[in-house]
Design a protein around this ligand. Structure first.
Ligand code: AMP
Ligand code: MG
Length: 528
């Protein structure tokens, strides 16, 4: 059954259960002894609905009809009587340093709805105006960044990556000033609001802030709330299994990051305030998709110096972030060593998952007897991919189609893989040799496992996507949406719904980076 927005059974369970800020004004401030502040969205002048994602509407039981009331609510122009909007109070480590209180500076949760299966969903507007956590910023978001968040979070879901979802995109009719390249040239961009949906938006930083302030009772209340709601098996009357909780977050985070590595996603700002307590990909800012395979690549221009959040570093950063969460949980346990032990769940999950993923991308299944050889086979492919500019996504798709038995001669192999090369005409002879030597090892491994070609192909086609939201694709859709044409956005969302299944006529959606986009990438993904 689907209902209009006004008829949805809105609840405000978090606000009812947990202590909030007694003040309700929007003045920037330090908020102590509270986990959130009640806020109201700031109205916008001319809201227009650009996208409503039907499957996310279905999750929360919302009718698809774009009624005036729906647009009013999703733009923040109307708060329904059953809603209790709030901005969460959290802190975080940014680029490795403790940043103190951050909080929802431009996000606010409107309310919660229980889905058909009884599961909770929070609906959160991003860009609906200032909150007590906005510091000196405007609480707004631009069309560019809101559209990028909508497209990428939906793409991730369909790729099988745990993520927050996006229900809608509304342009506000108001301009928002942004200095795109932080070079002193501010420009007015169209404003837009995305409505995000997740079981919870609680971050590592929600735990870190009360812990840093010695607010242990508050920390305990938050933990009890999160566990009761999302990890009920870890609550036994008054007893909370805090190490069990940390281990569970470690496992979920390991699996999430491993999926990022599988599909070539680079988050770009893995600060602890951008890490979900449910192991969901959250806060799509200057993210990017790996096109030429380069583990040192980051889309975040503000991180260009140290490249802390580069593609290849993501698994290590996730563990560092989990260690910060563990420290925040120390006041809740008798023996801190129990948290140290719980952190092992990260490596214990990631190790096997990494190997399974790397082999899955080759259509192979892990085999304990061959673990060392398999790890070496996977690692040497990564080395190969870094030798010359190669598109990671296209490489695995072409590899799936290359016959292994018998393996063609080197020139024919290169011909079959050439689409993935950015400069196929200038591939050095040494690289061709390395590729063929590696393919021979791969073919031998597949033969040894008696892996049928059809089965290998099917497994690879399930593991390696063909359509991902490449930066240039999204950039073009943003320009068209800004000019008033939303058809390309609708079409892109449609393509990304079935990312593993090649379809005729969609070649442009799988094409590698056009030369013009190399410098555009920075401008699309910078300041949000
Ligand atoms: P982010 O790097 O996007 O995760 O943001 C870090 C912090 O800055 C969070 O507390 C955000 O809420 C806040 N923030 C980012 N952009 C804005 C904005 N335009 N207005 C208010 N707060 C913002
Ligand atoms: Mg954030």
């Amino acid at each position: 059954m689907s209902l209009d927005i006004e008829a949805l059974p809105w609840t405000h369970e978090l606000v009812d259960a947990l202590p909030g800020d007694p003040r309700e004004d929007l003045a920037p401030r330090q908020v102590r002894g509270a986990l959130y502040s009640r806020v109201q969205p700031t109205p916008v002048s001319a809201p227009r609905l650009l996208a409503l994602v039907p499957e996310v509407a279905d999750l929360v039981g919302l009718a698809h009809a774009p009624t005036p009331a729906l647009v009013e609510v999703l733009s923040g122009n109307r708060v329904l009587p059953a809603m209790r909007p709030y901005a969460a109070c959290y802190g975080g480590h940014q680029f490795g340093a403790w940043a103190g209180q951050l909080g929802d500076g431009r996000a606010l949760t409107l309310g919660e709805v229980r889905g058909a299966d009884g599961a909770p969903w929070e609906l959160q507007l991003k860009g609906a105006g200032p909150t007590p956590y906005s510091r000196r910023a405007d609480g707004r978001a631009v069309l560019r960044s809101s559209l990028r968040e909508l497209v990428c979070s939906e793409a991730m879901h369909h790729l099988g990556v745990p993520t927050t979802r996006a229900l809608s995109l509304v342009t506000t009719g108001d301009g928002v000033v942004r200095d795109l390249l932080y070079d002193g040239h501010p420009e007015v961009e169209p404003g837009a609001i995305v409505c995000r949906v997740a079981p919870s938006f609680v971050r590592f930083g929600n735990f870190e802030l009360p812990a840093s302030r010695g607010e242990h009772a508050l920390l305990e209340q938050l933990t009890r709330w999160v566990l009761t709601r999302h990890y009920p098996h870890l609550v036994d009357g008054p007893r909370l299994d805090v190490p069990g909780f940390l281990a569970e977050v470690c496992r979920r985070t390991a699996l999430m990051v491993n999926h990022w590595m599988r599909v070539g996603f680079v988050h770009g700002v893995m600060n602890t305030d951008n890490m979900s307590i449910l192991g969901l990909t959250i806060d799509y800012g200057p993210y990017g998709w790996l096109e030429p395979f380069d583990p040192s690549w980051t889309p975040n221009t503000t991180d260009a110096q140290t490249r802390r959040y580069r593609f290849g570093q993501q698994p290590r950063v996730a563990l560092w972030n989990l260690t910060m969460l563990a420290q925040a949980l120390v006041p809740l346990v008798d023996d801190p060593a129990s948290l140290e032990a719980a952190l092992d769940a990260y490596a214990d999950t990631l190790g096997p998952a990494q190997l399974e993923m790397a082999l899955g991308k080759l259509g192979l299944v892990p085999d304990a007897a061959r673990a060392d050889d398999d790890a070496a086979l996977a690692t040497s492919l990564y080395t190969l991919l870094g030798e010359v500019p190669i598109d990671m996504t296209l490489y695995y798709r072409r590899l799936a189609e290359l016959p292994l038995s018998p393996l063609p001669a080197p020139a024919a192999c290169m011909e079959a893989l050439s689409e993935a090369y950015y400069a196929p005409e200038v591939v050095p002879a040494a690289h061709v040799e390395h590729v063929h030597a590696w393919l021979s090892r791969y073919a031998a491994r597949a033969a040894d496992a008696q892996l049928a070609e059809a089965e290998r192909h099917a497994r690879m086609s399930r593991t390696n996507p063909l359509y991902v939201p490449r930066n240039a694709l999204v950039h073009t859709v943003i320009e068209q949406a800004a000019a008033g044409d939303v058809a390309p956005l609708t079409r892109l969302l449609e393509v990304l719904r079935r990312p593993y299944e090649p379809r005729p006529g969609l070649e442009a959606y799988a094409a590698k980076l056009p030369a013009w986009a190399e410098h555009k990438n920075a401008t699309t993904s910078a300041t949000s």
